[in-house]
Design a protein around this ligand. Structure first.
Ligand SMILES: *[C@@H]1O[C@H](CO)[C@@H](O)[C@H](O)[C@H]1NC(C)=O
Ligand SMILES: *[C@@H]1O[C@H](CO)[C@@H](O)[C@H](O)[C@H]1NC(C)=O
Length: 204
């Protein structure tokens, strides 16, 4: 089994009309044994920027703490928040720094940039960025997430429809992957507000 698969995960970010959604499962396991059902993989960097980290749980938490540190230094020096594009480059550079002993994570970054234009991106564990205009996925459920998102995504969704679409895509994908699931955690971010929800799902 790959080190990326030990703890299990499912992550997805999707773009709507002037908004985005980012969602994850809540399972933490050691291979097939479930250890916790309230694990956090999506983190807030600032009001309009979120990062989800799939992969090895310990590296998820370490990398998140280092990213918060780097973002705070940026805020002190620049007196503003980081734009999503700049943040993605920071994550990419920090991962490539560890090219020969990488963090075993695959990040998903989602934010609102200038004029509240949504930005989503994912990258591999050594920081090779992959940009998209519709959705990005990561984690052990990646294949079923691609399938679900490809059939459910529509361009220009309003926040309510976006929430419904991303939640249904997540739930139907994790049901096809035994290493992720046990409920979901969804953020829908618009210029005016952030809606955070926890989903109940199959607990088996
Ligand atoms: C995540 O997987 C690693 C590798 O098997 C394991 O050592 C660790 O215990 C798991 N994390 C937790 C918190 O169970
Ligand atoms: C993506 O999905 C495939 C097939 O389910 C799996 O083998 C692979 O390990 C997954 N990628 C990650 C990073 O978990």
């Amino acid at each position: 089994m790959s080190i990326f698969e030990y703890n299990g995960s499912a992550l997805v970010a999707m773009v709507g009309k002037n908004s985005f959604a980012i969602a994850s499962d809540r399972r933490l396991g050691v291979q097939l044994q479930t250890v916790a059902t309230d694990f956090q993989r999506i983190f807030k960097i600032h009001d309009k920027l979120y990062i989800g980290l799939s992969g090895l749980a310990t590296d998820v938490q370490t990398l998140f703490q280092r990213l918060v540190f780097r973002h705070k230094l940026y805020q002190l020096r620049e007196e503003r928040d980081m734009k999503p594009e700049a943040f993605a480059s920071l994550v990419s550079a920090m991962l490539y720094e560890k090219r020969f002993g990488p963090y075993f994570v695959q990040p998903v970054i989602a934010g609102l940039g200038d004029d509240d234009i949504p930005f989503i991106c994912t990258m591999d564990s050594i920081g090779a960025k992959e940009l998209a205009e519709d959705f990005v996925v990561a984690g052990t459920a990646n294949e079923s997430l691609y399938g679900a998102c490809e059939s459910m995504y529509k361009p220009g969704m309003e926040p309510e429809e976006l929430f419904e679409t991303v939640s249904q895509a997540l739930q139907s994908s994790v049901d096809r992957d035994c290493l992720s699931g046990w409920g979901g955690h969804v953020f829908v971010v618009t210029p005016a507000e952030v809606k955070e929800s926890t989903l109940k799902g199959r607990m088996d």
